[in-house]
Design a protein around this ligand. Structure first.
Ligand code: HEM
Length: 288
């Protein structure tokens, strides 16, 4: 147990207990309330803050997007963005003196993960997606300040400098997402066949379903919140995991060798096509 200000936290690291929690399917297991208050501007009523039926509805909507056959179609996007980033690293080395360069890569990896999620979520509207995500990242930075996270909750309503910045960014993010939604709706009215990205899934679900929650989705509110939640859930998690992987590989060159050897064994000299070949991908036990 530890506390931050007046909040008590229970930190669980026992795998058995975590597994048990993961298998718990009751809708009664709610979210921590401090997240609910402080992160409202960032997450709205999206899946990360949602409880009960509202959570189940969003989960049902989002889950198919992460099935293997869907993720498979995203490999090309991942490859394209990653190779573009690696080219910039190569150029920095080529342009440096003596072919050696110090590079701080954390920010590059964050941009990479934002770019990939943006393409997966917003398809060809990914450049607007990148703008949206840049603003969500600023919102996240302000909200992560200890004074905002663990401060007195009533202060959230006062027009302090921080709060005004939070309100401004929240409004801008919402306006940008709604502009992309409107563009899509107009395209579909003109008969343009839509691409199957996450945004389109949400729009179609709103149009075909008729329950109470889908009415809220129709009201655009939940679409905005879901986009914000996907970005929050997938951006830093992936960027940090990649940073750690690269750091650990740098610290343990023998593991670099093992991973390279496995890729060569599975793909031979066709490793440039690895991202197109799901069967080869699955054989990479060491990599994963
Ligand atoms: C290495 C990368 C990642 C890690 C370590 C990670 C970890 C987690 C964890 C621990 C949770 C449970 C949080 C909770 O309920 O308290 C979670 C939930 C979630 N993650 Fe990830 N995640 C990663 C990548 C992603 C990506 C790339 C996406 C989407 C683009 C994503 C979307 C989600 C969503 C939507 C939830 C909420 C699921 C629900 O409540 O049913 N995550 N993630």
């Amino acid at each position: 147990m530890y506390s931050t200000g007046s909040k008590q936290h229970l930190y669980v690291s026992q795998p058995e207990l975590l597994r048990e929690l993961g298998l718990h399917t009751s809708l009664d297991l709610g979210r921590p309330s401090y997240l609910a208050e402080a992160f409202q501007p960032l997450l709205g009523d999206g899946i990360i803050r949602a409880n009960g039926n509202n959570w189940a509805y969003q989960r049902k909507l989002i889950a198919p997007e992460f099935f293997l056959n869907k993720v498979k179609n995203m490999l090309g996007v991942m490859e394209q963005s990653t190779i573009a980033m690696m080219k910039t690293w190569e150029n920095r080395i080529i342009e440096s003196e003596g072919g050696v360069a110090d590079m701080i890569i954390d920010e590059d990896l964050k941009s990479l993960s934002a770019d990939i999620i943006s393409r997966a979520c917003f398809g060809s509207s990914f450049s607007q997606g990148n703008q949206i995500f840049a603003k969500i990242a600023s919102l996240q930075d302000i909200l992560s300040k200890p004074s905002v996270l663990f401060g007195l909750s009533n202060f959230r309503f006062l027009p302090t400098k921080n709060n005004r910045e939070i309100w401004r960014l929240k409004k801008e993010v919402e306006t940008l997402i709604l502009t992309v939604v409107r563009d899509r709706q107009q395209e579909s009215q003109k008969g343009i066949i839509p691409e199957k990205d996450l945004l389109q899934m949400m729009l179609e679900s709103a149009a075909t379903s008729d329950d109470k929650l889908s009415h809220r989705l129709k009201a655009d509110r939940l679409i905005v919140d879901m986009c914000k939640n996907i970005y929050f859930a997938g951006h830093e998690t992936t960027a940090l995991a990649t940073s750690w992987i690269l750091m650990l590989l740098a610290l343990h060159p023998e593991w670099q060798e093992r991973v390279r050897a496995e890729i060569l064994e599975v793909c031979g000299d066709r490793f440039h096509d690895l991202f197109q070949d799901m069967d080869a991908f699955r054989k990479l036990k060491m990599v994963f």
